[in-house]
Design a protein around this ligand. Structure first.
Ligand code: DQQ
Length: 532
């Protein structure tokens, strides 16, 4: 008999086997979405890195092609690391990527399609004039990688940013070129920040001040802001700032509402790394891809035969407060929605749990709108909880005043396993503080080798309408959640032993003294995507 692979996802991006990490060079070209990603063709641990390649017409169902870029020349013989794609005028894609050379230096290379009339872009050429950028004097050759999508300035120069560090300072080196081949380092970096360490996978793009539309990377003007994101290798998390780009000086300055470093804004307060966005000219949106690694052991990965998933691509735009981004799963995901169940005007008194029956709880999409009639019972906020995760660690889903309320995902029949995703609301000076948690501590009875953190973030949201929404995408070993309409997102990787397949359950709960109303809850069984 065939054993169904227990924790494999069914609608998140995965190749059939082996290790994957960073999404690379996502783009839209002639009716087709392309995704490249860091891939080990030989096993379920990191190594032998190539650019694997898949294509899709809807960002959800994927077809694999052969690897686009793999070590073959001196300039990438020890690895083809992360990078990006830029579609040059005349619909000509170019890939910029980091190659590891024979001295293990990180150099930047380019690759071009062998045949522009092949919409699949199956074959890629790495011209002999590579590398086009080497670390040069004063640059740390083992910390110089991940070139961004380039943008074109009014002066006719292409610009790209390469992530690096100078001692402990995170650096975004800026390079300019007229022809995309000869690149010159700018005197000043686009941006840098003390004590943040290596800046991996930088991303830099404009967003309009108002509305959800995405923009081509070359757009500037006083009706846009820019977003700058980096991945910090020290802690394996990402942060971004919202700020202003001055094209003439080639400087990016974060707004004073955005901070660089450990307390900065995050796309996701859970397992989400090395992300990369692209402009989708078809739907006029900016789409963000992020990678989630496994939270089990390398030994588990070897026996599963695979490791790593890409999270559901998210549309990103600037929140109307202009201080942060909002994110939402691309709407194409809804095509996988199958059987639907609904709850409405369901009151949840203190300690109440209602099971959502009739869908495949291990593979589901759930949208809930909660409401409450007053915040009077909100517990006081402890100012020591600067770090949301510390608050969630301490409180979990134990009883509170207003909240915790939310979902119990991937729950076993007798509730000895479950991953709760929930809110708790506190009273601080002159305002309320909303904490969102995705707590993996109770996710699995398995103890050994699992990383089960209580991930958490604050939700900077106006509660005057006394409502708070939550959406969770549940896919066997991943719970990807969007709080407050996409203001705060948290992804957890979990490995239930009993709450699996048809034995998985979904509940909505309230463990606060204030009664909570589920204004509506819509949950869908999700079909499996055609996945490579
Ligand atoms: N992964 C790549 C690097 C990048 C890192 C190597 C981030 O290019 O800095 O696989 O996860």
């Amino acid at each position: 008999s065939v054993i169904k692979p227990l924790h494999r996802t069914r609608f998140h991006f995965q190749p059939r086997r082996n290790w994957i990490n960073d999404p690379n060079g996502p783009m839209y070209f002639k009716g087709i979405y392309h995704l490249f990603y860091q891939y080990n063709p030989k096993g379920a641990v990191w190594g032998n890195i190539v650019w694997a390649h898949s294509i899709s017409r809807d960002l959800i169902n994927w077809k694999p092609l052969k690897p686009a870029i793999y070590p073959s020349k001196p300039f990438d013989i020890n690895g083809c690391w992360s990078g990006s794609a830029t579609v040059l005028p005349g619909d000509k894609p170019v890939i910029l990527y980091t190659g590891i050379d024979p001295q293990n230096r990180q150099v930047q290379n380019y690759a071009i399609p062998a045949n522009l009339s092949d919409p699949y872009l199956t074959e890629w050429i790495k011209p002999d004039n590579n590398p086009i950028v080497d670390p040069g004097p004063g640059v740390n050759a083992s910390a110089f990688r991940d070139p961004t999508t380039a943008w074109l300035s009014k002066s006719g120069h292409w610009k790209t940013v390469i992530g690096s560090k100078r001692k402990k300072r995170g650096m975004a080196y800026l390079y300019r070129s007229r022809d995309f081949v000869k690149w010159t380092k700018a005197k000043h970096p686009l941006h840098s920040a003390a004590n943040t360490g290596m800046w991996e996978c930088p991303d830099f793009y404009p967003v309009p001040l108002r509305g959800k539309l995405g923009l081509d990377p070359s757009v500037t003007g006083n009706w846009v802001k820019h977003v700058f994101k980096v991945s910090l290798d020290l802690t394996r998390y990402e942060y971004y700032t919202v700020g202003k780009y001055f094209p003439k000086k080639d400087k990016y300055v974060p707004d004073n509402t955005s901070v660089d470093g450990w307390s900065g804004l995050r796309y996701d307060y859970g397992n989400f790394y090395a992300s990369k966005s692209f402009y989708d000219p078809l739907k006029k949106r900016r789409v963000l891809w992020g990678w989630a690694n496994e939270s089990d052991s390398a030994q588990d990965d070897v026996s599963k035969g695979w490791a790593g998933i890409q999270l559901i691509p998210r549309t990103v735009w600037l929140d109307h407060n202009q201080r942060q981004l909002k994110q939402w799963p691309v709407k194409e995901l809804n095509t996988l929605r199958g059987k639907k169940v609904v709850l409405s005007h369901q009151k949840l008194l203190k300690g109440h749990t209602v099971e959502v029956k009739g869908i495949t709880a291990a593979q589901a999409d759930v949208e809930v709108m909660f409401s409450f009639s007053s915040l009077d019972k909100a517990d006081p906020f402890d100012p020591r909880w600067v770090d949301a995760q510390a608050a969630c660690d301490q409180l979990g889903n134990s009883q509170g005043g207003v909240g915790p309320f939310g979902l119990l995902t991937l729950a076993s029949e007798n509730l000895d396993e479950f991953t709760p995703v929930f809110f708790r609301i506190f009273k601080a000076h002159h305002k309320h503080v909303v904490l969102m948690c995705s707590d993996a501590r109770s996710s699995s009875l398995k103890e050994e080798g699992l990383y089960k953190p209580a991930f958490a973030g604050y939700v900077d949201i106006d509660l005057s309408r006394k409502k708070l929404s939550l959406r969770s995408l549940i896919d066997h070993s991943v719970v990807e959640s969007f709080g407050g309409g996409g203001k705060t997102c948290i992804t957890s990787r979990v490995y239930p032993t009993k709450g699996v397949f048809d034995d998985a359950h979904l509940h909505v709960f309230n463990n606060g003294t204030e009664a909570i109303t589920v204004e509506y809850l819509r949950a869908w069984s999700m079909k499996s995507a055609r996945m490579n």
